[in-house]
Design a protein. Structure first.
Length: 134
């Protein structure tokens, strides 16, 4: 689907009409797709049942503030009336993943727990790719 928004939108509508449980759009640090959260937000009002979420959303503080990501997810969950399926991680493969930092991982878990699970009941999938040195 890449950067073709019409194809992304049509695929999501097709998935919902055909009974799929969810539609997930990827996030990449390369120029191979559109902004994940913007695209997913645009699909809220043209769908009504299907779960929406990122294939994986990156937890690089240099890329996106974790506090901002928490607010984005909570807002998305509210606007979609509970249809966010939130997935997160540190990268796609060990070659490209961030070296693990236990402090960052623990703070992320705390943020996710306090914001998402307690107040928003978001279906949560946490994926951390680890290097053998972690």
């Amino acid at each position: 689907m890449g950067t073709n928004y019409e194809k992304i939108k049509d695929t999501c509508i097709f998935a919902e009409k055909n009974g799929y449980d969810g539609f997930f759009y990827g996030e990449s640090l390369a120029n191979i797709d559109l902004d994940c959260w913007t695209v997913l937000s645009s699909l809220i009002n043209i769908t009504s049942k299907i779960k929406l979420g990122p294939v994986i959303t990156y937890l690089f503080p240099e890329y996106r503030s974790i506090a901002l990501l928490a607010k984005q997810a909570i807002t998305f969950q509210t606007l979609s009336t509970g249809r966010l399926e939130y997935r997160t991680g540190a990268g796609a493969t060990l070659q490209y993943s961030v070296q693990c930092d236990i402090r960052m991982e623990l703070s992320i878990h705390y943020l996710l727990y306090s914001y998402f699970i307690q107040s928003q009941k978001i279906e949560l999938h946490i994926v951390f790719l680890r290097d053998n040195n972690c």
